[in-house]
Design a binder for this molecule. Sequence first.
Ligand SMILES: [Zn+2]
Length: 399
Amino acid sequence: MLTDTFQQELNLFLEKAADDGLTVSGKPNKNFRYIGELLRSYKVEQFFVKRLNTHGTSHTMADLLKESPSLDKTITLLDKKIEHAKGAYTESEATNIDGLIMLRDCFQLVKTALNRKHSNQYSDDPLFICALCWRRVRVSDNLRNEGRRDSTFYCEQHLPNKSEHYYRKDRTALLSAMKSTQNRYLEELKYYENLSFKQSHSLAPTIFKWVSSFTKRPSSLFSCINIHESQDCKWADKANILTNQTQTVFPLSYQKLKDINANEFASAAHWLIDGIVSSLDESKSKDEVLFWWREEPNRIRSPILPGSLKVKASELDNNNSDEYLLLMCSIIARYEAVQTINNIPQPRGGGAKKDKKKRDTVAKLLAENLKLTGKKNISGIADAMGISTSRVYKILKDL
Ligand SMILES: [Zn+2]
């Protein structure tokens, strides 16, 4: 069937666009991959047994799409043609009906695929790991009661409204690293920059994806235990295989893990939290480790065990050991990505130069004030420069 072939080629086309960091669109737009590139290779006459006289031989699906204001309208038009052909039933029209239906179905496949793509991209599903780093999202803290959207995407350190400093600093480092390494999502970044990042939905899932693109996938590490896996292979043996393999897959993180021996831990949960997470957690109070222990009974209860069952941290056994091994791979991949981003030098100068210019202007205006009236006119300076008075005070402090 032509529609089957079409579906396969459509999937390939979408995958390739995703690999290039682009979203497919129904209309030509420089920030998207245009579906017309695929439709151009399908001639309309291919769908019909008898050649249609109404179209030129070079008429393609892309041409059909271009003639309509939208993908939806193309489908409506074909629906009408199908109805019309059914009404005017003659032998030649009957052969046309099948062709028209196939053609309409192919456009429908495109529509479904683009809508699916769209809703994935704008997903507001909470994340498990912070969009900007390797720590866990703090949704379960008292923030949950506040109903804050950002608390479902970031760790405590990166909550945009709570600790703006780290959020801005690490986001700037990410965007700068994407530009200087010609990251595969650069086109997508440019698209959001053109919109000044103003979105009705959170960009956090997109930022999460951008961070992850700086290193290999967690499966690159996890897959190594499938090769070694045997029925009686203990979790601790698998865990040590993973740690050793980290040396080649995630070399920066390996420096933190190399001394962790899984045999010294009572369970896979202890190994992950007191071993792996603890080695990455540089805070003095081991915040991240404490958070894991506090949350783990809640987390482990939900999907794996029946909801009513209360599990104490001490009761976590090795039934879920594979899950902890997989979690280790996810966390390490994130840690590696963050380290990689931080190791990419950020071009400096632009901001510093701008700041110096502002300081010079404030100093100049201030000198004029003093010369004219003998007094500082802060709001006058703020007005003249188009900045707030508190900003002027801040700059004055630095003079
Ligand atoms: Zn974070």
